[in-house]
Design a protein around this ligand. Structure first.
Ligand code: SF4
Length: 354
């Protein structure tokens, strides 16, 4: 075994014995690996596994995914969040077909040219599928490296990213670089946990600086926390036919391309009077507030949303915004909705036909 470091020597046998049996680990097909990496970027393995199967069944090849419509892909992605990943997935599939003859390029730089593929995903595909020794750095790897080497450089700084990447590149073996990368990530995911690392079960325990110092949870160091944006969403539930009015979200914002009821976003929580004033600017015809939901808190990684669903009876005979679309109950199934909206509509008596 020509490994590059004692760390790799200790990690590989541990990985081969302890790795979780995940479906994408039985293949070197770049399409299947790429799909798993994109899905798992912000998703737990349990949840991601079901989506991976769903995508592989519906689109068994990159050509199938490239031929799908954006609405269809978003619908299949529904519930996973970070929807730009789904849009990028389809765009990158089209790139692979149009620019690379339907085959993923066996080259780190060329992989980076695919939409939504950053250093992490390019390195994962390059090392796992093509045996190229490119290090993969995700949150798990940063944590393991910071602890094993006792590195206090903040991982969210330019200097930190550089230092950790150089170290990871030094450690990666030239044979089995894909297994090595996966071993690092697996160790962070299953043993070297953020709050309570199981050092007794760790193959690196004898080499771990943080363990020797007893300050494991002080690593990795982060420079600053991202500011949380607070938003107030007032959704208008307007019955139309046996369904309701929806519109497609536009612009560079959360949930781009997904469907939602008409939205009035305000700087702070509002009452009926203010809502009616706002409504007048959108709907000149008759309208009446029939009721409202309690305030619902929906938490995203960098945004906290307070949502209220206002039930409105409105005269839709007059002028209504061009973006509004009447969507019947049956057609609702085919629309990709943000989780917040999907949950509310499932509870809503209007759509249960009560
Ligand atoms: S010894 Fe403990 S802290 Fe160090 S890498 Fe292993 S699990 Fe993490």
């Amino acid at each position: 075994m020509s490994t590059a470091s004692p760390i790799a020597d200790a990690l590989l046998p541990w990985y081969r014995e302890n790795r979780r049996p995940l479906p994408w680990r039985d293949t070197r097909d770049p399409y299947a690996i790429w799909l798993s990496e994109v899905i798992l970027q912000q998703t737990r393995v349990d949840q991601g596994r079901a989506y991976w199967h769903r995508f592989m069944e519906r689109y068994p090849t990159v050509q199938d995914l490239a031929a799908a419509s954006e609405d269809e892909v978003l619908r299949l992605w529904q519930g996973l969040g970070y929807y730009s990943r789904a849009r990028n997935l389809r765009t990158a599939a089209r790139q692979v077909v149009a620019e690379h003859g339907g085959r993923f390029p066996a080259d780190h730089a060329a992989l980076l040219g695919l939409k939504g593929v950053g250093d992490y995903t390019a390195s994962a595909i390059a090392s796992i599928c093509f045996g190229i020794p490119e290090p993969v750095l995700d949150g798990n790897v940063y944590r393991v490296l910071a602890r094993v080497f006792g590195i206090a450089t903040p991982i969210d700084s330019t200097a930190g990213r550089k230092e950790f990447r150089a170290l990871a590149a030094e450690l990666i073996p030239t044979d089995h670089p894909g297994d090595h990368n996966q071993a690092m990530m697996e160790l962070g995911a299953t043993v070297c946990a953020p709050r309570d690392p199981d050092c007794d079960a760790c193959p690196l325990v004898r080499r771990c600086v943080a363990h020797a110092r007893g300050n494991m949870t002080e690593y990795p160091v982060k420079a600053g926390r991202t500011k949380i944006r607070k938003r107030h969403f007032n959704y208008l539930i307007i019955p139309a036919g046996d369904g309701l009015i929806l519109q497609k979200r536009q612009g560079r914002d959360i949930w781009q391309g997904l469907y939602e009821p008409p939205l009035i976003e305000t700087a702070r929580a509002i009452g009926e009077r203010t809502l009616l004033q706002e409504l007048r600017t959108i709907l000149p015809g008759g309208k009446e507030i029939r009721g409202r939901s309690p305030r619902i808190k929906h938490i995203l990684s960098h945004q906290h949303i307070q949502a209220v669903f206002w039930h409105i009876d409105a005269d839709l005979g007059g002028q209504v915004p061009a973006s509004w679309e009447q969507v019947g109950k049956a057609a609702l199934e085919g629309r990709a909705l943000p989780r917040l909206i999907e949950r509310y509509l499932q509870e809503d008596a209007l759509l249960k036909g009560a």
